[in-house]
Design a protein around this ligand. Structure first.
Ligand SMILES: Cc1cc2nc3c(=O)[nH]c(=O)nc-3n(C[C@H](O)[C@H](O)[C@H](O)COP(=O)(O)O)c2cc1C
Length: 230
């Protein structure tokens, strides 16, 4: 796990679990990038994290290249590698997430999907998976069909019980948007990415500020309601 280069900032909300309403700094975790050294999806993710930091959140970057995750294998569920455990715990502890995938063959990369598969180990937690976590979605494509990768990620958000922010950023023609050093050259896309980061903080703050939210009880209620309706 690598702290984003803009480090930690200080936006506070209120703890949802404390009756004394203790101030809580929101943490936004960015997961994504490709295995390439010059990854546009990683650069886009860093830009969005800058937006989250500007909105006052503490931010962390989980760079797929640096995580170096093994392939998910259900046989390893009881003993995930250190890298997988770090990924899982960081995502579970986050108030909100930003996911950023390269567009590969019309969909998300295998490496990002593998990281998401590791989150299956959160199924036994209480609350399970990414229950009530807010997730902002980004893709970087050579062409213009980046929304396909966004839509694929949204399926995973729902499967993991999270909430996708309606505003999304599919970066088209990514090689023209970022230079070889990963610096963003397109001010309009920069604004879009930072706005997404701010949106994740804004909505995560709503969840965190709602003192009536008791995640464990809510989750049990939701499971019961869904089972009854099925
Ligand atoms: C294996 C592979 C498949 C790709 N498939 C597509 C594609 O289907 N559509 C597209 O627009 N770009 C495609 N591209 C281009 C990438 O989306 C583009 O280079 C993007 O910047 C990759 O993300 P990265 O810079 O984070 O590695 C592909 C690139 C690779 C290496």
């Amino acid at each position: 796990m690598t702290p984003a280069r803009h480090g930690f900032a200080t936006r506070s909300s209120w703890s949802a679990t404390s009756s004394e309403r203790v101030p809580k700094t929101l943490t936004i975790v960015g997961l994504g990038g490709s295995l390439a050294s010059n990854s546009k999806s990683r650069a886009a993710l860093q830009t969005a994290l800058e937006g989250a930091a500007r909105a006052g959140a503490a931010t962390r970057l989980l760079d797929i290249r640096r995580l170096d995750l093994p392939m998910y294998n259900p046989d390893d569920d009881d003993e995930p590698s250190e890298a997988a455990a770090s990924l899982i715990e960081s995502c579970y502890a986050a108030d909100g997430l930003l996911w950023s995938s390269p567009m590969y063959q019309g969909t998300i990369s295998g490496a990002l999907k593998n990281a998401l598969d590791w989150l299956h180990l959160l199924g036994d937690r209480d609350p399970p998976f990414l229950h009530d976590k807010v997730i902002g979605l980004i893709s970087a494509a050579g062409g213009t069909q980046g929304l396909q990768a966004i839509n694929t990620m949204e399926f995973a958000v729902r499967a993991l019980r999270g909430w996708a922010v309606p505003y999304v950023v599919p970066v088209a023609a990514a090689a023209r948007v970022f230079d070889h050093a990963g610096q963003i050259r397109d001010q309009a896309v920069e604004l879009q990415l930072k706005t997404l980061g701010e949106e994740v903080v804004r909505v995560a703050g709503r969840f965190a500020a709602d003192a009536s939210l008791h995640r464990q009880a809510e989750c049990a209620d939701a499971v019961e309601r869904v089972a009854t309706a099925a």
